[in-house]
Write a new protein. Structure first.
Length: 149
């Protein structure tokens, strides 16, 4: 029997977090961190709420997962995030030694690959999981922002 816990399954959970960010008038990016088949952290952008430019979904998720595990290293964990991490978040992922990063939408202007930010040598990454849905929520957010101004 095939496991229901696919990349798409967990990315949908990250999208639920992105919706929470959208409702708070935050850039709608969501993240979950998984170990095995269990979600150990859920987070979304809080930069406006906390008035903190570092309060990205990934950073919030790293903190929550480290707290859950009782240690700073996230080995054997996978980060699911709706947008390709920026260089700050990719740099933080290096220090967590997270096993894998799975992202939805590509960010060719601000994503870590554009800046050639180095992930931990053992961290694997995959992009393009539910790209359409992940791009749609971000596009909808910025369209609404433009229409309000």
């Amino acid at each position: 029997m095939e496991s229901p816990f696919t990349h798409e399954y967990f990315m949908k959970k990250a999208l639920l977090e992105a919706e929470k960010a959208f409702e708070k008038n935050e850039v709608p990016i969501g993240a979950v961190i998984v170990i095995g088949e269990k979600i150990i952290a859920r987070a979304h952008n809080l930069t406006e709420t906390l008035n903190d430019v570092t309060a990205h979904a990934e950073m919030q998720a790293f903190t929550a997962a480290a707290d859950y595990l009782g240690g700073k290293y996230l080995k054997k964990c996978t980060l699911y995030v709706t947008l390709e991490p920026c260089q700050m978040c990719a740099g933080a992922s290096y220090w967590t030694q997270i096993d894998q990063i799975i992202f939805g939408a590509f960010d060719p202007q601000r994503g870590f690959r554009h800046f050639k930010t180095t992930l931990h040598p053992q961290t694997k990454f995959t992009g393009g999981i539910l790209t359409g849905e992940c791009s749609e929520i971000i596009n909808r957010f910025f369209i609404e922002k433009r229409n309000l101004n």
